[in-house]
Design a protein around this ligand. Structure first.
Ligand SMILES: NC(=O)c1ccc[n+]([C@@H]2O[C@H](COP(=O)([O-])OP(=O)(O)OC[C@H]3O[C@@H](n4cnc5c(N)ncnc54)[C@H](OP(=O)(O)O)[C@@H]3O)[C@@H](O)[C@H]2O)c1
Length: 240
């Protein structure tokens, strides 16, 4: 897809990885609707996006609420007209092993990390009405190499990978659906100094990545006209 003058909706686009993805799109000439939940940095992110010479606007939604995905999509579409690209990046990442995962925590993670991406994809596909489009789901390598922590998150991301492969078939031939599995590219908020360097020791490439590596993978998938249903690892080989 030629990205110039397209429009994207990026969930969780105000901060951290989502913001880097939104900026990479804007630098490629894509108008960007960013979704945010509680970020205070929205105005600053919008200023950075508009300084790239594209349109940018922010839309608030708690994606844990059942009606939020369809409302968010409708608001973004009303403001921008056609939306050509959906990037599902917003997620929550709570700790929780097999003993202490509660029903409430499970429901919240599955609502934000899996249900919302699906119903956003549904609204996106319906609105495209046969036109070409791309969905990029931000997954995690843990989805395919599940461990013993962050269980609800891991299971929801595994569902996101399954959803990617399923929708790549269901929404073909007009919509390409791909996922990216980032590794260590940004320490979680509050992580100790050297967090990524410690993880890098377990990575075959012996270094950690950066959010920009994920943005490059996203741009590759968006520019491709022949890749769909793919899970692209940006991990330095960590999942191996
Ligand atoms: N960081 C990494 O190294 C890494 C590694 C693997 C995968 N990933 C994946 O990459 C994506 C972004 O990661 P990140 O580290 O940048 O995430 P993050 O810092 O945890 O940010 C989470 C994002 O989700 C939004 N969010 C949280 N609760 C929400 C809710 N109830 N409703 C709607 N939005 C909500 C936040 O919006 P507000 O800030 O506006 O509240 C924020 O934009 C996630 O899908 C994550 O699983 C990241």
């Amino acid at each position: 897809m030629n990205l110039e003058n397209r429009t994207a909706l990026v969930t969780g686009g105000a901060v951290r990885l989502g913001r880097v993805l939104a900026v990479a799109l804007a630098r490629s000439g894509v108008n960007v609707a960013i979704h945010y939940h509680a970020s205070a940095e929205v105005a600053e992110t919008i200023a950075v996006l508009t300084s790239c010479g594209v349109r940018a606007q922010a839309f608030q939604a708690d994606l844990g609420q059942p009606d939020a995905p369809s409302r968010l999509f409708a608001e973004a579409r009303a403001a921008f007209g056609a939306i050509d690209i959906l990037v599902n990046s917003a997620a929550i990442f709570p700790a929780g092993g097999w003993r202490n995962t509660t029903v409430d925590a499970w429901d919240e993670v599955f609502a934000v990390d899996l249900r919302a991406p699906f119903f956003l994809a549904q609204a996106f596909a319906q609105a495209l009405d046969g036109n070409r489009g791309h969905i990029i789901n931000i997954a995690d390598w843990r989805a395919v190499r599940p461990g013993v922590g962050h269980l609800a998150y891991t299971y929801a991301k595994a569902g996101l990978v399954a959803m990617t492969r399923s929708l790549a078939q269901a929404l073909a031939p007009n919509i390409q659906v791909n996922a990216i599995a980032p590794g260590a590219v940004l320490p979680p908020p509050g992580a100790p100094e050297g967090y990524l360097d410690t993880i890098a020791q377990q990575v075959p490439l012996k270094r950690h990545g950066a959010p920009e590596d994920v943005a490059e993978a996203m741009l590759y998938l968006l520019r491709s006209d022949f890749v769909s249903g793919e899970l692209l690892y940006v991990t330095g080989g960590q999942e191996l």
